[in-house]
Design a protein around this ligand. Sequence first.
Ligand SMILES: *Cc1c(COP(=O)(O)O)cnc(C)c1O
Length: 426
Amino acid sequence: MKRSQKLFQHAQLFIPAGVNSPVRAFRAVGGTPPFIQRGKGAQVWDADGNAYIDYVGSWGALVVGHAHPEVVKAVQRAAERGLSFGAPTEPEVELAELLCKLVPSLEKVRLVSSGTEAAMSAIRLARGFTGRARIVKFEGCYHGHADALLVKAGSGALTFGQPSSAGVPAETAAHTIVLDYNNAFALEKTFERDGAEIAAVIVEPVAGNMNLVPPRPGFLETLRKLCARHGTVLIFDEVMSGFRVALGGAQALYGVKPDLTTLGKVIGGGLPVGAFGGRRDIMDRIAPLGPVYQAGTLSGNPVAVAAGLATLKIIQAPGFFDRLAATARALCEGLGRAARESGVAFSAQHVGGMLGLYFRATAPVSYPEVLQCDKEAFNRFFHRMLAEGVYLAPSAYEAGFVSSAHGAAELEKTVGAAKKAFAALR
Ligand SMILES: *Cc1c(COP(=O)(O)O)cnc(C)c1O
């Protein structure tokens, strides 16, 4: 038996399903996950010594690749000075100032330790600021696992959201209105009816948790206009898209400014950092300036902040995001050609360094269209690619990621593997 399989069996004795986050268990694609031992640049190696070109990149966090020497050095130096103080430190101010400089809508920002925490705190802040309870989210968007956000659309005429997880009280979910992503009409109707009660709209400005679905032209602009008209706080959840689709995130790419923004993933460079920030008048409602409580023992942790700062330094180099997007584009084109040669219904697109691969003739523009992708074809493709040394996200409903460490050699190897994998689908 492979060492990864043994480790996975052992893990299940002590950790539910053997994993600390569900998608890692490979339930969507079947089989057992490789246990990763180390990573360098665009590659990871598993416990059996197999090498893979990695298109997960810790779910987008590793925009400069694994174990980048400058990031590792920054972490080591910070660790030597002490791991945590629970008191103010200079580097966290440097990170906050840099985030405000780079992300167009940020005037003030608070650091936290995960994207979940950032989204949960932003929702509480929006509610505290407006004195309203209801929020709007979109089906297929993920904002971490806070109760108010683990909600799916109610059936039929029900406008109340339903819990999408056991343990979320129906009363909590009832405050969340769930709408279709990219559907501006449904949004206008909802605001006409309930606008005065809606504290916040939270949206992934580039959806990356239902595979990749970019915003339709006008969708984000409509959101902005409606929220402004009704005194609703517009929250862009840029935990994934921030420093991933462009240096200033999706708000820089599309030129739409939210009131609050949540960040995570890239800003920690592989260590646990999240952030939420935005308009000064809203942010100043947080404790101890204002009545909205929020806190964290490890918030602004100096080692994590060092990793984030080192990563942000690298990605500010001129042309970084042009090169990242060019890599993603070349990969999409190569995969598209390989699929056509085999006559497989497939499409691929990217926004900056985020990838969408779909077993469907055209790229989906909505969650229902994402669900129409051929999941069985993806699963077979996934396992063949894994066997060929290419590690894709283990679900048809996840986005993919390239890093600055992915170069021509990695792309060539990936497209070569894909030719075999597509041919095997015929
Ligand atoms: C990953 C993600 C989160 C949750 O972040 P965690 O650090 O996993 O808690 C929230 N929102 C979006 C858009 C994400 O992609």
